[in-house]
Structure formats: structure tokens, C-alpha cells
Design a protein around this ligand. Structure first.
Ligand code: NIG
Length: 405
């Protein structure tokens, strides 16, 4: 494998405060050397070592590839009509999941995988280099299993979301027995985490707790979809169960915010994942990202790309929204969409296992030893992501050292 020197970087965001200034660990007039799949060297361009090949960044900004820690990409079908109805004033309700479920069950594995690959391609072209995705549109043992297997061939992390909704016409208690029993047994070897949609119309507190306990009994990490459509027990449950993240967070009280911040006081806590594109697309209140950061919570920003509530994988759009409408600084938003996502996925350190069983280096940072996941912007600084909202600013993307866009 050959090495590559990327030099003449106008602004380099490393996310390592030992390497550069401020929250982003920023350097100016910098260079990065990639060797194989990993970063080999980071520092001032004037001191850069030689490499086999050279790339001139021409004064543009380089930052870690986006880490999209919440998506639902294994699906078939389309929900344009539901979106139109919502824009005409109808409220989002979880029942739309049944529409995607029917289309997903009817699709072949090859069709599901082709759609997944198409969406991953869109995501890569927007600068995303790490993708988590969930099952949750199959909702039978067979369809959840094939969703997990298809996803495991393509993404960095697969989460089991059999507890998405109770399929229309099924008995809730019987379905919960299925999800926490035979369905979890079948899917467990193919996933690294289990998620539950803890919400009115989906799973209540007791049912959600059962899902989280069943996951823990299998040695799987957990996540929670919480506080999306109204205030509820999602955050409290996630923190009490030591979940890696709780996602959505449009409806939080002070106790929720304190619980999320406090979860980091003694040990690794629960990441607060906000989903700005989903908040906009469902016309729900924006999650209080500013208050979460001020309280000391660890924040991630993700796209929540799915056909119902957020049909975009543009992390650049999410970052711009987090800055322009949620009140974050650019450095806070970029960190949340890179290192924050990595922490939410347990990938901010070397040695995590991808779904193919390959041991991987840390993502979300640019430092020697980390996976060489980098995005070059067609701009002199990351500030342009919010300063020029809606513009396509991705100039080049490397994933594990390979140029992918
Ligand atoms: O994260 N909230 C639950 N799940 C998805 C939406 C799924 C859908 O409506 O298809 C979400 O928004």
C-alpha cells in the first residue's frame, strides 16, 4: 500500500486538542500523511515527511469524514404522499412505519441491498465515511434477520430495531415476546446494538425497559429513540440502562438534560444525539442542542436518513441547521457530527469490530493511527458549511485511505 501526503491544508480540524487549537484541535497551513488505511502523520506543512504520492489541498479545509450514527437505510418504497400530507398540516405519527414495512417485506434481498448501496453512495459523496444503520422495517424474524445481514455487508455498524412499532393488527404483548425472544436470538449475531422506539404509539416505558434488558442479557449495547413526539421516559431509561445514546430529544425537561450531562461524571455516559433534518421534516421542535452542550452533555449530530421522517443523508445540511437554528458554534457542530457520532457508536478508540469482524482503528479524529477518513471542503474553512448553507462543498473524500468521492 502506498502513502499519500495531503499538503497545503488551509484549515485542518483534527478533533484532538493536543494537536491544535480549540475544540476542533485546529491547525493552519497543515499537512496529513496517510499510510494504507490509517493516518500516519499530522502537523505543519513545512515539517511534513515525504510520501509516495502528493495531493495539494490548495488552501482548502480538511476535516474528519462525517460519522452518521443514526440512519434507517434498509428499506424499500416511498412515502412522498405522507410527506405532502404533513406539509399540508397533518402531524407525523409512527403508523407510517407500517407502509415502509410492507414495501420492505415485499422486496428481495438484492433490491434492499441495491437501495442501501445507492443511499450509501449519496452519503459518501456528501463527506460521510462512517455509517450506522438500523433494521426495523421488516418486523418479522425472517425480515429483520435479512435486513441485518444485508446491512452488515455494507455499513460500519448495524443496530437491531425490531422494537420500532408493533406491526398493524398484531397483539402488542405477543409482539414484545417475539422481539425480546426469537427475533433477538436470530438477529443478535449480526448486530452490535439494540434500539427501541420509546414513544406513545410505539413502546411504553415498561415495554422499552424489557427490550433494553433483553439486549443487555445478550451482551449487546443499547440505544433509545426518545422524546421525539412528546415528553416521555426515553432519556431517563437510556441513562439508567447505560445506553450508548438516546436520539431525537425534541422534548426535554431540565431533569433529562441534567441526567444526560451527569451520565458522564463518573464513567462513559449516554450520548445525546440530535437529528436536525428530522426535526425540520416532521415540523417538530428542534432539539435543545445549545442547552445540552452548555449543561455538559456529549452531543452527536446524525442525519436519521429514512423514508418517513428525514429523507436526507446530508450531514452538511444537519451541521448548518445545528449552527443556524440550534445555536451551536461551527466547532461544536462539526465535532458533534464527527467525534460525537464516533463516541455514540463506541468507535472513538482503536479496536472496535465492524460487522464483517474486522478490527478497526478510531474514527472521528485525524491523528496518527486513526482510520484515514477525511473530507476536503471546497472552502477555506469549516465555517463555510454554515456560512454557505445548501451549497455542495465536498471536494474530496477518503475512507480508510481510499479516495471514495
Ligand atoms: O427515527 N422514530 C422512529 N423511527 C424513525 C422514523 C421511521 C419512519 O417514520 O419510517 C425516526 O424518525
Amino acid at each position: 500500500m502506498s502513502s499519500l501526503l495531503i499538503t497545503n491544508i488551509g484549515e485542518l480540524t483534527t478533533n484532538d486538542e493536543l494537536l491544535g487549537e480549540g475544540l476542533g484541535g485546529r491547525l493552519h497551513d497543515a499537512a496529513v500523511v496517510i499510510d494504507g488505511a490509517r493516518v500516519a502523520w499530522v502537523g505543519p506543512a513545512a515539517q511534513a515527511p515525504d510520501a509516495d504520492e502528493r495531493f495539494d489541498a490548495a488552501g482548502r479545509a480538511l476535516l474528519p469524514g462525517w460519522v452518521d450514527s443514526h440512519t434507517h437505510l434498509v428499506f424499500a418504497g416511498d412515502r412522498t404522499a405522507e410527506f405532502e400530507a404533513r406539509m399540508a398540516g397533518e402531524a407525523y405519527a409512527a403508523g407510517g412505519i407500517n407502509v415502509t414495512m410492507s414495501a420492505t417485506r415485499a422486496a428481495s434481498d438484492a433490491e434492499l441491498e441495491a437501495n442501501l448501496v445507492r443511499l450509501i453512495g449519496e452519503s459518501r459523496r456528501g463527506g460521510t465515511t462512517t455509517i450506522e444503520t438500523k433494521t426495523g422495517y421488516g418486523l418479522t424474524v425472517e425480515d429483520e434477520l435479512r435486513s441485518a445481514v444485508v446491512a452488515g455487508r455494507q455499513v460500519d455498524a448495524v443496530t437491531f430495531l425490531g422494537a420500532h412499532v408493533v406491526p398493524a393488527g398484531q397483539d402488542p404483548d405477543a409482539y414484545l415476546d417475539l422481539v425480546t425472544g426469537p427475533m433477538l436470538d436470530a438477529v443478535a449475531p449480526h448486530v452490535s446494538a439494540v434500539d427501541v422506539f420509546c414513544e406513545t404509539g410505539a413502546f411504553d416505558e415498561a415495554a422499552s425497559a424489557r427490550v433494553l434488558d433483553a439486549a443487555a442479557a445478550k451482551g449487546l449495547a443499547t440505544r433509545v429513540h426518545g422524546n421525539q413526539l412528546g415528553h416521555g421516559p426515553g432519556v431517563r431509561l437510556a441513562v439508567a440502562h447505560g445506553s450508548l445514546s438516546v436520539d431525537h430529544l425534541g422534548f426535554l425537561d431540565d431533569a433529562d438534560i441534567d441526567a444526560l450531562a451527569g451520565s458522564w461524571s463518573a464513567a462513559r455516559g449516554t450520548v445525546a444525539t440530535v437529528l436536525p433534518a428530522c426535526d425540520l421534516s416532521t415540523r417538530m421542535p428542534l432539539a435543545p442542542a445549545r442547552r445540552l452542550v452548555d449543561a455538559g452533555a456529549v452531543l452527536a449530530i446524525a442525519s436519521n436518513c429514512n423514508p418517513g421522517t428525514s429523507y436526507t443523508s446530508s450531514m452538511g445540511f444537519c451541521v448548518a441547521t445545528a449552527v443556524l437554528q440550534m445555536g451551536l458554534t461551527i466547532q461544536e457542530a462539526v465535532r458533534a457530527a464527527t467525534l460525537g457520532g464516533a463516541i455514540a457508536l463506541g468507535m472513538d478508540h482503536d479496536g472496535w469490530l465492524d460487522p464483517r469482524g474486522t478490527v478497526q482503528p478510531a474514527v472521528g479524529v485525524i491523528r496518527a493511527g486513526a482510520r484515514a477518513d477525511l473530507q476536503l471542503l471546497e472552502a477555506p474553512s469549516a465555517t463555510h458549511l454554515a456560512y454557505r448553507p445548501g451549497m455542495s462543498l465536498t471536494a474530496a473524500v477518503w475512507r480508510a485511505g481510499e479516495r471514495v468521492a
